[in-house]
Every structure is written in C-alpha cells, then in structure tokens.
Design a protein around this ligand. Structure first.
Ligand code: DGL
Length: 278
C-alpha cells in the first residue's frame, strides 16, 4: 500500500519511524513542508492552505491513505481536507486520554505540551472536556522546541534553558504524565525527563505515534508486527533493517536525493531509536 505521511518538518519522522517498524512492507512517502515550518505559530487559514496543497499532491500520487503527522495541522485542517478528498486521512491528536487514565492511577496531574495553535484550537479543548472530568490536565505551549528541533539541537544548554524557562511557572512535582502533543517534541525526551527530575518528579512521556499507527493499520486492513520488540538489538542494526524499507522523502514537494539530506533523515531515525528506548 502507498502511504503518504506529512508534517511541517522533521516531527513527522517520529510517526514514520513507528509505521516503518510496525508495518514494514508498505511503501512510504514522507513530506516535510520545510518551506513553511513552523506551522504552530501561523494563522489557521495559512495552515489550511498548506495542508490542502499537500493532501492534493498526495492524492495525485495515488496514495491509499494519508497520515497528518502533525497535531497542529490536524487541529486546524483535518476536517476540511476530509470533506474535500475521499481517501482515508488519518490525523493526530495529543494522547490525552491514555495520559489521564494513567494519572488517575498515579494520583498525579497531566501536562500537555503542544504548539500555540493546537492549544488554541477547539479540537483539543473538546477532547479534554470529553476525557478529563477530574480536571487533571494543564496545557503548555512550547513553540521553541520546534525551532530547536529543525536545527537538530535536541540536547545541551540552550535546550535545557528553554524547557526550564517554560516550566518555571509550574510546580513540576505535581505531574506524573507529560503528553507530547507535537510530533517535533519526541526528539527531546531525555531533556524533558531531566527537567522534571530537577524537582524530583518522575514523569511518563506519552506520545500519539503508536496509537496512530495502530489506527492506520486498522483503516487499511493491515496486520501490525507486534512482536518487533527490538530493544535488545543494537541501534545501528535496527537502522539497517529500516534502511531496507521503501521510503521516499520530499521537502515541500521536491524529492530529496542529496546524500547530505538523506543522511540527516537517517540520523533522525537513529535519534528516535535511542530516545524511544528510554
Ligand atoms: N510537528 C507539528 C505538530 O505536531 C507542528 C510543528 C510546527 O510546525 O509548529 O504539531
């Protein structure tokens, strides 16, 4: 099956990575809208225009399904493109429900990190209304992480300073669950965990990639490779397995062929392999 996956930038690679591991026999087309990243601080009209263009070009390429690997684009434009195009379009929403269920057991609170647009949009508000009757959820915009991710700065002083600055308004010891409500945030798992440890808080990080891939499989009638538990395989061996999967990368419509850029995507898969083992 031909599966088109897109995001404003590199965040969506985290969804692609999960899909490649669980559904390795499919043909993937990953589109990073590098000309327009970041989406999370733009107007809904602007974001909808970008999303309509990308979905239109994926439809012309004959995709069997499209995944919007971007919480921001989903919040603003998923309903619009679903009306316009008749193929399955799968969106991503912050994984609030599993986080609330876990927090009900731990007795802690849930912090949802996302872009300012995702936080402002009604989709997230109505999701929280539906699943958070105990009012455990708080929201925190983290747009700076998108900029840092696009520069491949996932650790170090600048990253720690930004995260700590954003978290300074909160009592970190109250939280046990952090929802990564933007696909770009997956790269920062070590730094986010560390910033909570400063106040002796041990948090679980919850992202929506696994649930989205499971839903994609269901929509396409595919079987997931659930037994691909690869934590005991060396990271590079795993990356070699991923290398054998059929993926084409596009940057705002242009097929990526340059070695330097393809090396960058490979580096990002390595990073994800590392952080997903935490
Ligand atoms: N990765 C995107 C998300 O999941 C958006 C990042 C951005 O472009 O602001 O929301």
């Amino acid at each position: 099956m031909k599966i088109g996956i897109f995001d404003s930038g590199i965040g969506g690679i985290s969804l692609l990575h999960e899909a490649m591991k669980k559904l390795p026999d499919e043909q993937y087309y990953f589109y990073a809208d590098v000309d327009h990243v970041p989406y999370g601080v733009k107007s809904p009209e602007q974001i909808s225009e970008y999303v309509e263009d990308i979905v239109g070009s994926f439809v012309n390429m004959g995709m069997d399904a499209i995944v919007i690997a971007c919480n921001t684009a989903t919040a603003v434009a998923a309903d619009i493109v679903r009306k316009e195009f008749s193929i399955p379009i799968i969106g991503m929403e912050p994984a609030v429900k599993p986080a609330v269920n876990r927090a009900l057991k731990t007795g802690g609170k849930v912090l949802v990190m996302a872009t300012p647009v995702t936080i402002r949009e009604n989709k997230l508000k109505s999701l929280i209304e539906r699943v958070d009757d105990r009012h455990l959820v708080e929201l925190l915009p983290m747009p700076g992480l998108v900029r840092l991710a696009e520069m491949e700065k996932f650790d170090g002083e600048e990253v720690d300073a930004y995260i700590n600055e954003q978290l300074a308004v909160l009592d970190r010891s109250l939280y046990t669950e952090v929802v990564l409500g933007c696909t770009h945030f997956n790269y920062f798992k070590p730094a986010i965990i560390k910033s909570f440890e400063i106040e002796n808080s041990k948090v679980d990080l919850v992202d929506g990639n696994e649930g989205t891939v499971r839903y994609l499989a269901r929509v396409l009638g595919l079987d997931l490779k659930e037994n691909e538990k690869v934590d005991n395989i060396e990271i590079l061996d795993n990356i070699e397995i991923l290398d054998s999967i059929n993926v084409s990368y596009y940057e705002s419509g242009r097929l990526v062929t340059e070695k330097e850029k393809l090396d960058k995507f490979r580096r990002l898969h390595q990073r994800l392999e590392l952080v997903n083992r935490l």
